[in-house]
Design a protein around this ligand. Sequence first.
Ligand SMILES: Nc1ncnc2c1ncn2[C@@H]1O[C@H](COP(=O)(O)OP(=O)(O)O)[C@@H](O)[C@H]1O
Ligand SMILES: CC(=O)N[C@@H](CCC(=O)OP(=O)(O)O)C(=O)O
Length: 295
Amino acid sequence: MQELIAKANVLMEALPWIRRFYGTSIVIKYGGHAMVDERLREEFARDIILMKYIGLNPVVIHGGGPQIGKVLEAMNIQSHFVQGMRVTDSATMDVVEMVLGGKVNKEIVTNINRHGGKAVGITGKDGGLIRARKMEMTAVNPDSLTPEIIDIGMVGEVEEVNPAIIEALEKNNFIPVIAPIGGGLEGETYNINADLVAGKIAGALKAEKLILLTDVEGVKDKDGRLISTIDIRRVPDLINNGTISGGMIPKVNCCVEAIEAGVGKTHIVDGRMEHACLLEIFTDKGIGTAVARYK
Ligand SMILES: Nc1ncnc2c1ncn2[C@@H]1O[C@H](COP(=O)(O)OP(=O)(O)O)[C@@H](O)[C@H]1O
Ligand SMILES: CC(=O)N[C@@H](CCC(=O)OP(=O)(O)O)C(=O)O
């Protein structure tokens, strides 16, 4: 009996959060471990469906860097990254579009639909969702020590988001699953980092939450302890003093941009953990690191 009551208590803990988030958009960047591990993939799909059934509007943006890397390797094309961005010539762009827009996207859609959801897979080109332009990248030349513009090919940055297609899908109870590819004004195709896309889409939707799933517990301090909340005003210091580095810098910056664009709260959470999204949204304490504007 006590066990049954404990189960009811867990459901009741979720009630205020369900009331608060009912009808709102929750943007989730799905990537890393959660996407590779079979069991976590299933759990993720079921979490998304549960959210939808209790009245939230999950929007999934997925990555797939490792999957692109594998196909390129099989084709004897080497991967090069500059400041975390994949140098994308036209052969690489074809592979990126094929892998992200095709296999990876459709696997996620299939998983959600197999468990009873109604997912629709699109790229940023569909319905004019993401207009992109070529990313300008500067790097310091090691010989002259001066900054230089370098060409990293068809890597894009988001110029504008038109969320009409997402809103149309949400209205009809479909779950949008979005590959991070954008279209340019001249019909060109751009490869865009998935965290950047998730941040921009969350901003355009004025989403209640942006959740970035990653392969660490959250943002850690210099002693390796989890920082559970970060005020966006503290972010520049944490980057400048080296607490936040590498792949965590663009993630945290995406969170800051999203908050500035009107997103309620952003979270960096551990995608290796089962039910990471549910635990973040529906428990009092949440998990991972919340990046927001605090009073
Ligand atoms: N302060 C920090 N807290 C946590 N991770 C950090 C921090 N600074 C740098 N990192 C690095 O950032 C990585 C996450 O970024 P990245 O590997 O690009 O993630 P993903 O592949 O999920 O997009 C972590 O694995 C860690 O090595
Ligand atoms: C420009 C750029 O680097 N694009 C990424 C897009 C996929 C991505 O972001 O995947 P993850 O989230 O798994 O890293 C790439 O080509 O790998």
